[in-house]
Ligand binder design. Structure first.
Ligand code: FES
Length: 67
């Protein structure tokens, strides 16, 4: 298995769970997302095609991002 670390931009105070900026939003090509953000609405989350990389994670063994 090949793993690679990638850095993403993150510019909000999401750590405080009060503000979300959207800077880290990335398109997802394949995989299941564990949405932990407060930025996306329920409809956007259900589409399973974007994620906020500052806080959300993968539910599947492999998550392919369009970066
Ligand atoms: S860095 Fe602001 S929502 Fe992720």
């Amino acid at each position: 298995m090949f793993k690679k670390s990638v850095s993403f931009l993150a510019d909000c105070l999401l750590i405080l769970y009060i503000v979300a900026c959207g800077t880290c939003k990335v398109n997802v090509i394949r995989g299941d997302i564990d949405h932990q953000d407060v930025y996306l609405n329920a409809t956007e989350r259900a589409k399973n095609n974007v994620m906020m990389t500052c806080i959300s994670r993968s539910l599947s063994n492999r998550l392919i991002l369009d970066i």
